[in-house]
Write a protein that binds this ligand. Structure first.
Ligand code: GLN
Length: 487
């Protein structure tokens, strides 16, 4: 069952919150050893919370829209009293003393948090292989990656261990795993969801967003977490429009742009075919298709990897290992302790980024790299402004390929970085985008369609995604997971 179905079943008392929680925990216990979607499962506190919700329900209290619904949270989002490791040894003992705003909001809405999901260390990666706690596996093929960095959240929803989850997206980390695992996954507008309590990776790009089994559930989760937060100075004061309201309305007459640059020769042909089929389906629903050009798209990867690494080098300067994680034992003095702790505490991808970012910010290189990247970022943003003068939404592939094999790209960081070729522009521009499943590869791996809208137009974005989802009926084709077929 999805979020709404569970909430309704709980409301009419056909099932208790404790039973809902127990059933999901049981499934987690059964499937997680193979998938490794969770770094930590909070069974006892979750059951206790579910029982509390049952008591309040029995006492006639009106409960929120997520009451009794189990939800998983990516392990770079702070949960009071529960480890928040960012998939890193350097934060292995970090137990936050406060909840992130998104966590507080889902708890106020009645959610039951059942665990913290696996990720690439500090959300740096596209496959969830850069985790100090081992890689997450794709539920549709255990030899393949789930995408990253929110691979744990995507795999947990795809394998129905939870009906919904939260992730974070800096260059594609919600949408890419959504695409690889076959679940709807949304990166909201920059500034629309509070990041208070999200461990910073690249602050001008990071955004928290939801995964669900349906677009409908994604909209419900977005409505719960979005809105101004005085604790986050980058959070927008703009009044929130509900995405749930108007979700089912028709998309007749809506103008859909298809930018040619996202269909380069590097695009896998099966991905291309299924995205073109999706465009036809949208047209048959009454949308007007407009083929257009976004010429600065080709700078996406170099620009993103300069901006993101520069911000990494400053954001990660705070980790000294003194308090929350692995602390090197052999050290002569304070500086030596910092050096050896950071050398052994961070994984190689994180260190690569700190070095790249420090280099591009250093004197003599700043103008050539960081400043140049910032200028190109403006051009990329302008591409979106131009495009949205003529269309309501844009559609592209989410990823250039279906899920790749574990280990396939680990030795070649540039190949790994290329996975973000369709998603990174969106973070650079700050606009919202969703990945929705749009088909299967011959090897039965899910494929994803990315839909993009102007800033703060999530209601329209989700309306298009919902219309597509209803017409495409992806979930009906899904069938059981391969690992369940084997018994
Ligand atoms: N794959 C991209 C990176 O490694 C994006 C990660 C993310 O969105 N957190 O930077």
């Amino acid at each position: 069952m999805g979020v709404r179905e569970l909430r309704a079943a709980f409301e009419e008392r056909s099932v208790s919150a404790e039973e809902i929680c127990g059933a999901h925990l049981e499934r987690m216990e059964r499937l997680n050893p193979d998938i490794n979607a969770f770094i930590c499962i909070t069974a006892e506190p979750a059951l206790e919370r579910a029982r509390d919700l049952d008591r309040r329900h029995a006492a006639g209290e009106t409960l929120g829209p997520l009451a009794g619904v189990p939800i998983a949270v990516k392990d770079n989002i702070c949960t009071r009293g529960t480890h928040t490791t960012c998939g890193s040894k350097i934060l292995a003992n970090h137990v936050p003393i406060y909840d992130a705003t998104v966590v507080r909001r889902i708890l106020e809405a009645g959610a039951v948090i059942v665990g913290k999901t696996n990720l690439d260390e500090f959300a740096m990666g596209s496959s969830t292989e850069n985790s100090a706690f081992g890689p997450t596996k794709n539920p549709w093929d255990l030899e393949r990656v789930p995408g990253g960095s929110s691979g744990g959240s995507a795999a947990a929803v795809a394998s129905e261990m939870v009906p919904a989850a939260l992730g974070s997206d800096t260059g594609g980390s919600i949408r890419l795993p959504g695409s690889f695992c076959g679940v709807p996954a949304l990166k909201p507008t920059y500034g629309s969801v509070s990041r208070y309590g999200l461990v910073a990776f690249a602050s001008s790009l990071d955004q928290i967003g939801p995964f669900g089994k349906t677009v409908d559930d994604v909209a419900l989760l977005l409505d719960t977490i979005t809105g101004h937060d005085p604790c986050d100075s980058t959070s927008s004061p703009q009044p929130v429009q509900s995405s749930v309201k108007g979700l089912e309305e028709s998309i007749t007459g809506l103008r859909v742009g298809v930018p040619s640059e996202y269909f380069s020769s590097a695009l896998d042909e099966e991905v291309e075919r299924s995205v073109e089929e999706a465009v036809k389906l949208l047209e048959s629903l009454g949308a007007v298709i407009n083929r257009l050009s976004m010429p600065n798209t080709r700078f996406a990867i170099p620009t993103y990897y300069l901006v993101a690494t520069a911000e990494t080098s400053s954001n990660l300067a705070r980790y000294d290992g003194v308090r929350y994680g692995v602390r090197a034992k052999e050290n002569r003095d304070l500086r030596g302790m910092y050096r050896s702790t950071r050398s052994s505490g961070f994984g190689s991808e994180v260190k690569r980024r700190i070095m790249l970012g420090t280099y591009s910010l250093s004197s003599g290189y700043y103008d050539d790299y960081y400043l140049k990247a910032m200028k190109v970022r403006s051009l990329i943003r302008r591409d979106f402004d131009e495009a949205f003068r003529n269309v309501d939404v844009l559609v592209t592939p989410t990823a250039p390929t279906p899920a790749f094999r574990l280990g396939e790209k680990m030795a070649r960081p540039l190949d790994m970085y290329m996975s973000d070729i369709c998603t990174a522009t969106i973070n650079l521009a700050g606009v919202p985008a969703i990945s929705v499943p749009c088909g299967w590869s011959r090897q039965r791996l899910p494929l994803g369609l990315q839909i993009i809208s102007p800033h703060f137009q999530e209601p329209k974005l989700l309306r298009v995604a919902r219309a597509y989802e209803k017409a495409r009926c992806f979930r009906d084709e899904q069938g059981p997971l391969p690992l369940e077929k084997k018994g």
